[in-house]
Design a binder for this molecule. Structure first.
Ligand code: SLL
Length: 202
């Protein structure tokens, strides 16, 4: 998951160029699991108006908290822990304000997205980690401050039912393949016997 959460700091912050909002931009696991076995570093490239706009985060929580006044697009680069250190680039639009025209309120503005990274041919160690299920408790870390526990845009139950359906399909395919294998073995035994019989006759 990647996204941002922003809160308005209240009336006292009004005025030209004043920092009116506090926000956090982050990359996190869907259940806040520790992503450090897979992610080596996350680079958040902020707007040029920020001091040292390139923020490199090498351990979880992969998040940057700042104060500011404006909305802008943040470039997020995710470097994996694979030996090739493959890097992905995402863009997230930092939202500070609720719907247009709605009055400023202290209710946090959350903008979050779900994405998947597919590891083609993962190193053995990573692969074993992926297969370990369910993830041990130690893998879960707390959410960055103020970040909601679950996403409003991502339905975990829908995902779960899709996984269950796919799981039973795979089981059915395995069962049918085992059947064919048995048939082939049987045929092969019969052929061996026939060959032996022919050889015996000659
Ligand atoms: C806008 N195009 O004009 C956008 C730019 C930039 C936001 C928004 C800087 C804070 C600081 C800040 O909040 N920049 O001075 O460190 O809306």
């Amino acid at each position: 998951m990647y996204g941002s959460v922003a809160t308005w700091l209240g009336k006292k912050t009004e005025g030209e160029g004043a920092h009116t909002h506090k926000w956090t931009v982050y990359v996190r696991g869907i259940q806040n699991e520790d992503l450090s076995p897979y992610i080596r570093r996350v680079t958040f490239n902020l707007h040029q108006s920020f001091e040292k706009p390139k923020r490199v985060i090498e351990k979880p929580p992969f998040a940057v908290t700042e104060t500011g006044w404006g909305e802008f697009e943040i470039q997020i680069q995710i470097m994996l822990t694979t030996p090739s250190e493959k890097t992905f680039e995402l863009f997230h639009f930092l939202r500070l304000f609720h719907q247009e025209d709605s009055p400023l309120s202290k209710k946090p503005v959350v903008s979050e997205h779900y994405d998947e990274i597919i590891f083609n041919d993962p190193p053995e160690q990573l692969h074993r980690r992926f297969l370990r299920s369910p993830l041990p408790d130690a893998c879960f870390i707390s959410t960055p401050p103020g970040v909601p526990e679950t996403s409003s845009q991502f339905s975990e139950s829908r995902q779960l039912s899709q996984i269950t359906t796919a799981h039973s399909r795979v089981r059915r395919e395995i069962a049918s393949l085992l059947d064919s294998l048995e048939e082939i073995n049987h045929e092969s035994q019969e052929l061996t016997q026939t060959i032996q019989k022919i050889l015996g006759e000659n």
